[in-house]
Design a binder for this molecule. Structure first.
Ligand SMILES: [Fe+2]
Ligand SMILES: [Fe+2]
Length: 292
């Protein structure tokens, strides 16, 4: 699909599309054409897209204004309602991350001990975010979160069954970690004080996980490149869809879609640079999100 994934009009509330089948085309001019014909480095493309969106959308200025008014009302019914889904996604994401690192350890037995160390960190994160919900008196909507993660979960399980370690690492250690890092970065400034402290600790850990994935892929790039590009083509569109699905609820928490997407793309790009891809190659890989 050719719709842009950098910002645009409000997306449906997460609960509106429980099957997760709907992607609404967005209005941003960040087109595939710009990516494929323009040699501008990728971050510039992101900046351009974000700038164009900000100029085109008067809500950009309003969003800044509402931030300046202060933090959200953490006790309001609307905040708690949105938090029940966002928090569930985070808890499910940490559980998935735990399970995925244990699974990857079965594919790289010599790394199993290190991977189980990463997995234990994810369980600690999960407990921390569960405490955040308890602190606000919110019950996480776990069935919703399982549905939210199911396409990526399925792709990981298929790759695992086929012994595709490169695909598993791309899904977990690059895409899911970059997704988590972007969400936590954008959440920290608008979080309640209890959750802020926990999230600040978690995001440092997630960088070490992203680093693990990028170092392994870097060391194995010669043999991993083709599978990596194919896995990216299959899974990056799912992450774009997840970022769009989460937008309306995230906005209630004062986490704006443009910021989430720009931060995700930034971490994703930095990781792929470290793995050994050129800016041009990364722009092409990112374009998979626009056509997938
Ligand atoms: Fe984590
Ligand atoms: Fe992690």
């Amino acid at each position: 699909m050719a719709g842009a994934w950098i910002a645009g009009p409000p997306t449906p509330r997460l609960g509106d599309d429980p099957a997760g089948t709907e992607i609404r085309p967005l209005a941003s001019p960040f087109s595939l054409g710009m990516v494929t014909v323009n040699p501008t480095p990728f971050l510039d493309l992101v900046a351009m897209a974000t700038l164009e969106t900000a100029v085109a959308s008067p809500s950009g200025a309003e969003a800044v204004g509402s931030h300046s008014l202060g933090l959200p009302d953490f006790s309001s019914a609307s905040y708690k309602d949105a938090y029940s889904r966002i928090n569930a996604i985070v808890i499910e994401g940490e559980q998935e991350a735990h399970d995925n690192y244990i699974s990857i350890g079965t594919l790289i037995p010599e790394q199993a001990e290190e991977l189980s160390r990463l997995a234990r960190m994810e369980l600690k994160h999960m407990r921390g975010f569960t405490a955040c919900a308890n602190n606000l008196g919110v019950t996480a909507d776990m069935p919703f979160a399982k549905e939210f993660f199911s396409p990526l979960h399925q792709n990981f399980q298929t790759a695992l069954a086929e012994g595709k370690v490169v695909t598993c690492l791309l899904i977990q250690a690059i895409l899911i970690e970059a997704f988590a890092i972007s969400a936590y970065h954008i959440y920290i400034p608008v979080a309640d004080p209890f959750a802020r402290k926990i999230t600040e600790g978690v995001v440092k850990d997630e960088y070490t996980h992203l680093n693990y994935g990028q170092e392994w892929l870097k060391a194995n790039l010669a043999t991993a490149r083709e599978e990596l590009e194919q896995a990216n083509r299959q899974n990056l569109p799912l992450v774009r869809k997840m970022l769009q699905q989460v937008a309306a609820d995230a906005s209630v928490l004062q986490m704006e879609q443009e910021d989430l997407m720009a931060d995700f793309l930034s971490s994703y790009q930095e990781a792929l640079v470290e793995v050994g891809f050129t800016n041009r190659e990364i722009a092409k890989m990112a374009a998979a999100a626009l056509v997938g």
